[in-house]
Design a binder for this molecule. Sequence first.
Ligand code: SAH
Length: 346
Amino acid sequence: MSSKKKDIRALSKEELRDFFISIGDKAFRGNQVYEWLWNKGAHVFDDMTNISKETRNHLKANFEINHIEVDSIQRSSDGTIKNGVKLHDGLIVESVLIPTNKRTTACVSSQVGCSLDCKFCATARLKRMRNLNPDEIFDQVVAIDKESKLYHKMPLSNIVFMGMGEPLMNYKNVLAAIDKITSEEGLGMSSKRITVSTSGVPKMIKKLADDEVKFNLAVSLHSAIQETREQIMPFAKSFTLPDLQESLEYWYSKTKRKITYEYIVWKDINDAQRDIDALVQFCKKVPCKVNLIEYNPIDDGIFQYASNEALENYIFHLEKNRIPVTIRRSRGKDIDAACGQLANKQ
Ligand code: SAH
């Protein structure tokens, strides 16, 4: 399906301005087109109503707007909506709209498939096909914002990068997308309402700190014992806990922003006292909070959600050590839209 025309959204604003100068038009026209693309989310040139027909035809002759198509929509009984999103080359990713009382959160994908190998995650079983482009991430947000207004009568309020893929393995495009989402010329959303969730890639966490990003960071920890973590997340052999810890200390020293650890407690894997003690020690190194997430089974039975007693024991010891802890209930389980269940089953 690839054509020779260039995707116009791969151009910076400067490049757009230069294009118009090169065809003898005004540079300012570039700003107008940029606004259509990144503020209004236009997917066809003919929507650009303040651009003359002649200029639109000129654009059509030179460029195309690669964009996503929401291919399927599934709605859960709890209000969660899952979009199957078709990319310009036919590949599919998923994104999810999660409504709560006062807000709606978009859970977006950053890669087609995933480069990592978490044993408990359905997405890890899909081969990583490619990284998403900034516009493909941006489009997911725009699509969910529209659905939020339509079905929940409010604009999208939060974004989490917890869909398919490892955002820090697609660093440049994820940051470029966030730039379009947060900048005044783009969607103008606050960075404070955006959370990037990583399995823990130390080098890239340091880079985030150096790049002075303003969004929140969540780390999928799941175990603070190296041996256990390697078993459930084999890539952790290369991205070890000491390196992760060092990168998080660096993040905090630069940003002064707390880290959220996502953590699932499984029966016979990390539900013993030594697992809790290790987590408490890990949490004492850098200001943080712990989000205990409910496990969404992905069918082979090796991983089983721990007992309530084990969960309560975690909460007791974390609270005793004044580490904030919350439990996150899963949403959208009936449509395979919950964490770790995104696997293009449709
Ligand atoms: N790669 C990133 C973002 C995608 S995963 C990361 O690892 O953080 C988003 C979250 O879902 C992570 O916290 C991940 O550990 C969690 N998750 C994966 N599989 C899950 C499952 N089966 N049940 C519940 N949460 C799961």
